[in-house]
Write a protein of this length. Structure first.
Length: 95
């Protein structure tokens, strides 16, 4: 259903057009994950659900996939345009 969005996110990650705020890195590290695990979830995963912010109407996507060591986890991400398009990681957690 969201194949085009996921394809674009994967391409942006490959081109290093990804923003991972400190709080997302902190959440990942709580589960023993790192940046490469977040990227792996996007590469191996599927978009489980799209969420729309009630106020801003921003679309964010919950991606379920595997970390580099095979753990099932989810990433919440959105695409923004700041000069060029980038993937922003909102949070990540184990499932």
């Amino acid at each position: 259903m969201y194949e085009d969005i996921l394809r674009e996110m994967r391409n942006l990650v490959r081109r290093n057009q990804i923003i991972i705020p400190y709080h997302a890195i902190d959440e990942a590290s709580d589960d023993g994950s790192e940046k490469h695990d977040i990227e792996q979830i996007i590469y191996t995963g599927f978009i489980r659900i799209r969420q729309i912010d009630r106020e801003t109407k921003e679309r964010k996507y919950v991606i379920r996939g595997e970390t580099t060591d095979g753990r099932l986890a989810e990433v919440v991400a959105k695409i923004i345009k700041i000069g060029t398009r980038k993937v922003v990681i909102i949070t990540t957690y184990e499932v």
